[in-house]
Write a protein that binds this ligand. Structure first.
Ligand code: NAD
Length: 380
């Protein structure tokens, strides 16, 4: 299915003062409203995260991608144009440089802000905070990414952990890739057995695959801040979780791996029960021992195979990856590995954040809608 962009015939213009489009009423009324109203979305920053969330917005039944904003012409700007996403010039960018590259632009960021209900900011760390006054002045709701400090927004967000905390907010921050990965797992575990303590060591990728400037390309770099900032960040969405994290950076671009040791409040019946709980939750993918997926290269190869040629998330894995044989239970002591595809795990969370802030759906409905549109398999 090709992505849907630009103005849709059935989109209703709403006065900017309209706080939400109110899709929570059940029955026939809800169905009518869902058909008539698409929430108008802009994406500012079209890099690793921005291009993925723009694609994800364009695939949702109730959202309309109005345009994307970029500072400079690049292969990614050309991709936006090729996909039919109206392109706007952001920051200190100059329309002439886009014109010189043969890339048509529809205006500046301010023009885009005048046409949307919600802006998804996917600019680099700290740029989102600098952009916040622009969004406030334009009267649009804003969703920021995990590179920003928590106080950039009214609340931090992870769909499985605290969907309802997003309701009615004018701004939200989708927590980082590592934080999202841990918060999802903790949400599943907390609900069933409670958690006394959670310790995690994060083995972090050095750079994204498209990043030619970061390293290390050899060596392992410990993070001497102990505990690392990730634990407090998880508590921005799960405030009562007793979690402490440490981290190292390693020379890989594919994924992060988390080594978790959880002291549960109540003992599960066995490791199989814990695996079943992850299997039954959205946004987890379990690898059985017979699949021969023993390391992150094979996890990502699986993701590329899964998307193979279809109009889906190209080579992305938006779920937490769990190895069945990488989970062990001793009484109340649970140890497990999980791998996190840093480039894509926060993509569905951005979509759910929009629905949460506008009250478009409850958490499970939003998650199922997002995942269906993105081709993320439903839990078994
Ligand atoms: P990126 O560098 O890949 O993309 C950022 C884009 O924003 C680039 O295209 C850049 O040219 C553009 N940009 C720079 N200044 C701008 C401005 N003033 N206005 C508009 N666009 C501007 O960065 P990214 O990896 O996509 O990260 C974006 C955010 O997402 C950060 O907060 C980051 O911490 C967070 N995040 C990144 C990852 C990851 O692994 N890459 C994972 C989760 C969250």
């Amino acid at each position: 299915m090709p992505p849907r962009t630009g103005r849709r015939g059935f989109s209703l213009r709403r006065p900017r003062s309209s706080p939400s489009v109110g899709l929570i009423s059940p029955g026939p009324v809800r169905r009518v409203v869902e058909v008539l109203v698409a929430v108008r979305i802009g994406v500012n920053g079209f890099g690793t995260i921005g291009k993925r969330i723009a694609d994800a917005v364009a695939r949702q039944p109730d959202l309309q991608l109005v345009g994307v904003a970029k500072t400079r012409p690049s292969f990614e700007a050309r991709r936006a144009v090729a996909r039919g996403y109206p392109l706007y010039v952001a920051g200190d960018g100059r329309p002439e440089s886009f014109a010189a590259a043969g890339l048509p632009v529809a205006g500046r960021l301010a023009d885009l802000l005048g046409k949307v209900d919600v802006i998804l900011d996917a600019t680099p760390e700290d740029v989102g905070r600098a952009n916040r006054p622009l969004y406030e002045a334009a009267g649009v709701r804003a969703i920021f990414q995990g590179g920003e400090e928590a106080d950039v927004a009214e609340a931090s967000f992870c769909a499985l952990a605290n969907f309802d905390q997003g309701r009615g907010r004018r701004s939200l921050r989708v927590v980082s890739c590592n934080t999202t990965g841990i918060a999802r797992a903790a949400a599943v575990v907390l609900r069933r057995w409670g958690v006394e303590t959670w310790e995690a060591t994060l083995v972090r990728r050095a750079a994204d695959p498209g990043d030619a400037k970061r390293g290390p390309i050899d060596g392992i770099v410990p993070t001497f801040e102990m505990p690392s900032h990730h634990g407090p960040d998880v508590r921005t969405v799960l405030p009562d979780l007793a979690i402490a994290t440490t981290a190292v950076v390693v020379p890989t671009t594919l994924m992060h791996v988390h080594v978790n040791h959880v002291r549960l409040a109540r003992a599960p019946g066995g490791a199989a029960e814990v695996l079943d709980a992850f299997r039954a939750s959205p946004r987890f993918h379990l690898f059985a021992p017979w699949e021969g997926v023993d390391a992150t290269p094979q996890v990502m190869e699986y993701a590329r195979d899964r998307s193979g040629g279809k109009d889906g998330p190209g080579g992305d894995l938006m779920e937490n990856a769990i190895w069945e044989r990488g989970l062990r239970l001793d009484g109340r002591d649970l140890r497990f590995f999980q791998a996190i595809h840093q480039e894509s795990i926060v993509v569905p969370e951005n979509i759910d954040a929009v629905r949460a802030m506008l009250g478009l759906a409850d958490g499970p409905t939003s998650i199922a809608t997002t995942d269906r549109a993105l081709g993320i398999p439903a839990p078994r």
